[in-house]
Design a binder for this molecule. Structure first.
Ligand SMILES: CC[C@H](C(=O)O)C(=O)SCCNC(=O)CCNC(=O)[C@H](O)C(C)(C)COP(=O)(O)OP(=O)(O)OC[C@H]1O[C@@H](n2cnc3c(N)ncnc32)[C@H](O)[C@@H]1OP(=O)(O)O
Ligand SMILES: [Co+2]
Length: 146
């Protein structure tokens, strides 16, 4: 595995609207994207840009709120009613090569690769196999293979 770009930090929240106010008014976020629903993944999503070096885009905060009672983040919010850091997401050049690498290492892949919030294939690796951190692997945008 070759460590790729940190694409986003997933932050679960009971209310994306409340979190937008927090990131705008407390944290001074200047680029908060329009929230959108991702029913196939059971979440509502809102990206907050963080500044990078020399004016480049840094990473993003991915605010996620349960879409419905089947959402995979309901269990997390039941244990953490205020929400909090939910996962981290790293980019890879090829999602299928990455999946095979994690499988060879005996890491539990959660579900098959599917299209994530950035429109490219993603999968998750179980937190218990990743030092307690739910880890999302995402194919870099612009790879053009899908
Ligand atoms: C894909 C769209 C978007 C994108 O970026 O493109 C997203 O990122 S959407 C993010 C939401 N989707 C997911 O999280 C899908 C993957 N997650 C899952 O399959 C589940 O959440 C799972 C299996 C990680 C946890 O399931 P559940 O909440 O039902 O809890 P369990 O009791 O089964 O958990 C077992 C064990 O893991 C601990 N746990 C749960 N969630 C997390 C977490 N986010 N970080 C760290 N640890 C976590 C939980 O406490 C249990 O530990 P235990 O010691 O047994 O209590
Ligand atoms: Co994510």
């Amino acid at each position: 595995m070759k460590l790729g770009r940190l694409n986003h930090i997933g932050v679960a929240t009971p209310s994306i609207n409340d979190s937008i106010i927090f990131y705008r008014d407390v944290m001074g976020a200047t680029k908060i994207h329009e929230p959108f629903d991702l029913p196939a993944q059971g979440v509502k999503v809102c990206f907050v840009d963080t500044p990078g070096e020399n004016g480049s885009n840094g990473t993003q905060i991915e605010l996620i709120e349960p879409y419905d009672e089947h959402s995979p983040i309901n269990g997390f919010l039941a244990k953490n009613p205020l929400g909090g850091q939910h996962h981290i997401c790293f980019e890879v050049p090829d999602i299928h090569i990455a999946k095979a690498e994690f499988e060879v290492l005996g890491k539990r892949i959660l579900g098959e690769p599917r299209i994530g919030a950035h429109g490219t294939p993603i999968f998750f690796v179980h937190p218990k196999d990743m030092g307690g951190m739910l880890t999302e692997i995402m194919e870099s945008p612009g790879e053009g293979k899908h």
